[in-house]
Design a protein around this ligand. Structure first.
Ligand code: TRP
Length: 338
């Protein structure tokens, strides 16, 4: 393998709306650091969004723009990273076709994330037969995304690791079947930050209405945070609290407060010298201060739709150049007519 290929990463996100702090601390901060070290491809997975939202496409354009705005405002740098839109790099679909031919059906059936998705659909009372051919192919499409650049690392959350493992299996199988050493076996690159919980203590997600968006105003942030779950045993203002039973609020303090501030708040809570409302007010002030430059940049970028479009188009063109190289080798390996 050449040096260039050795240092390549790829990752994507489905455009399902504005991103929240869980995305920022769990994924984006990781990408922002990695982009300095690796040749990076970050893409908006609009085809993956269609695997479940094929009948709710009114917001597609807006969702793509929102993801892009959140990325750029957070610090994904189009000067050093390639930012692209999946559907503007149709080589993805071509590779997906080839990979789908060699992937045994039971490998896909085993995929735990797919099982989860199927369960979610069932829980939402959607007919299980609505699990479309496209959704079934989700993990193979994701393998195509990763293998399209012959990436070595895939920075993802723990929930996506099974997909990367499947990609390794598919890459190995391709090499074996066609007797080539074309694909390397990509590794997941896990984020160190633990998952940030939603304000109600559950997994953060927009459908649960428990998240704080990167783009929320300071007022909205404060209002939302007022509802955050606290120590249930601390009912009255002068009850003594226990920070260990106030995980959500203290997880945020760990992210946004200095060690001294954390200590001060902890003690104040235990001695009931500070109430929950005051603690939350202080905390949201910290969050808002931290997020201010990102939010400002986002508002600024929003005023320049042409600039945003240009980034997507230029990035997609750049990605296509690399993708075509790999695809051409794939077609040679399969001995397609050229
Ligand atoms: N499945 C990922 C998610 O839901 C998004 C994704 C699609 C992706 N293709 C990818 C991530 C390739 C990393 C690499 O978050």
């Amino acid at each position: 393998m050449t040096n260039e290929i050795k240092n390549r990463i790829v990752s994507g996100m489905r455009p399902t709306g504005k991103l929240h702090l869980g995305h920022y601390f769990g994924v984006l901060k990781n990408w922002i650091n990695l982009q300095k070290e690796f040749e990076s491809f970050f893409f908006i997975a609009d085809w993956h969004a269609l695997t479940t939202k094929y009948n709710q496409t009114d917001d597609m354009k807006k969702n793509v723009e929102d993801v892009l705005l959140d990325w750029l405002a957070s610090g994904i740098d189009p000067e050093i990273s390639t930012i692209y839109l999946q559907s503007l790099v149709p080589e993805t679909a071509q590779l997906h076709i080839y990979l789908s031919m060699i992937t045994p059906q039971n490998w896909v059936e085993r995929d735990p994330t797919l099982k989860d998705l199927a369960k979610i659909m069932k829980d939402k009372q959607e007919n299980i037969s609505n699990l479309s051919y496209g959704l079934f192919g989700y993990p193979v499409l994701m393998s195509a995304d990763i293998m399209l650049f012959n990436s070595n690392f895939v920075p993802v959350g723990i929930d996506q690791v099974a997909h990367v493992e499947l990609t390794r299996d598919i890459a190995r199988r391709f090499n074996n079947i066609y007797n080539v050493e074309l694909f390397n076996e990509p590794q997941p690159k896990l984020t160190q930050t633990p998952l940030l919980k939603g304000l109600d203590g559950n997994k953060m997600g927009k459908s649960f209405n428990n998240d704080i968006k990167i783009s929320d105003t300071p007022e909205t942030t404060e209002k939302k945070f007022k509802s955050a779950i606290t120590d249930r045993n601390r009912i009255r203002r002068d009850d003594k609290g226990n920070p260990d039973n106030c995980e959500v609020v203290f997880d945020y303090w760990k992210l946004f407060g200095s060690t001294d501030e954390q200590k001060e708040i902890c003690e104040g809570c235990k001695m009931a010298s500070i109430g929950c409302a005051e603690c939350k007010k202080k905390l949201t002030a910290k969050i808002n201060k931290y997020m201010a430059p990102i939010r400002e940049k986002r508002q600024d970028l929003e005023k320049h739709p042409d600039y945003l479009k240009n980034i997507i188009y230029e990035g997609s063109k750049k990605a296509q150049i690399k993708a075509k190289e790999v695809l051409s080798k794939v077609e040679d390996a399969i001995k397609m007519y050229k």
